[in-house]
Ligand binder design. Sequence first.
Ligand code: PBG
Length: 332
Amino acid sequence: MKPTVAPFPAARLRRTRVSPAIRGLVRENTLTTDDLIWPVFVRDGEGIVEPVVSMPGVVRRSVDKIAEAAVEAQALGIPAICLFPYTDPALKTEDCAEAWNPDNLCNRAIRAIKAVAPEIAVMTDVALDPYNINGHDGFVVDGEILNDETVEALVKMTLAQAEAGADIIGPSDMMDGRIAAMRSGLEQGGHRNVSILSYSAKYASGFYGPFRDAVGASGALKGDKKTYQMDPGNSDEALRLVERDLQEGADMVMVKPGIAYLDICHRVKTTFGTPTFAYQVSGEYAMIQAAAQNGWINGEQVMLESLLAFKRAGCDGILTYFAPETARILNG
Ligand code: PBG
């Protein structure tokens, strides 16, 4: 007898794709406003909102305008804002003292946001580059980036941010030993509930180009950041960094850049099961916007697809310049 072969495919996987209702039922990962951290650029002055040319749709705001934006973000349900200062070049020095000035731009912006949008978690970036005359994240002596001296300065910077009201400290400097030093500084300073989201796996990437324009650091940077940021060829090293940062007291960790490093996000999440974030950086944002402006891709579709991809890779959230636009769409 001839074996009976079903006259139809044994598994019709298309059946779970037939309608939006069924696709929704079986969808494994979703993007929500709870996943968004919005990076914003702050500058001095008043009433100023100026475009960042290399990041269409992104602006630098004076402190009063940052406060307004935070109120808007709170209304949109965005849980956190991350501040990046565009520092007056006259305040950039070799000793980077402006970094721990209690009244520097970043700290003024933290206080302004806390006064009007108390529900938003304020995250900061800890690294010396906005204040350093040579654009590096650490002190430079004879061409070398000093590790331990930089860490001491980063602790002072962290404490000034915590005093101003920061909820989440984001060390992006890639020095060794910084998390332990910051954690103990925070504990001793009475900031037990201030958390640390470490830029644990931060790569020396070409994708940061537009950001350096946005904060006015591209002209200043001498050389590259390869002696402290990671080599893009490495993956195991990212796990060692995350493990080390968790042991030193990091509450959450980050992979940066994002879309080209989803394998790292996935390995970090599956290995440690710890809150894991990705930073969809300036260059990623600029590429999507540029292609969309040329009509080569559907910008909105690619924006949402790229953010969902981070969730699928295992991320709990994403730092993205698209946060407000995404929240508006998700809120319907
Ligand atoms: C600085 C810092 C950088 C970014 C965040 N923090 C730039 C760099 O390391 O040179 C990049 C963010 C982006 O490209 O959107 N420590």
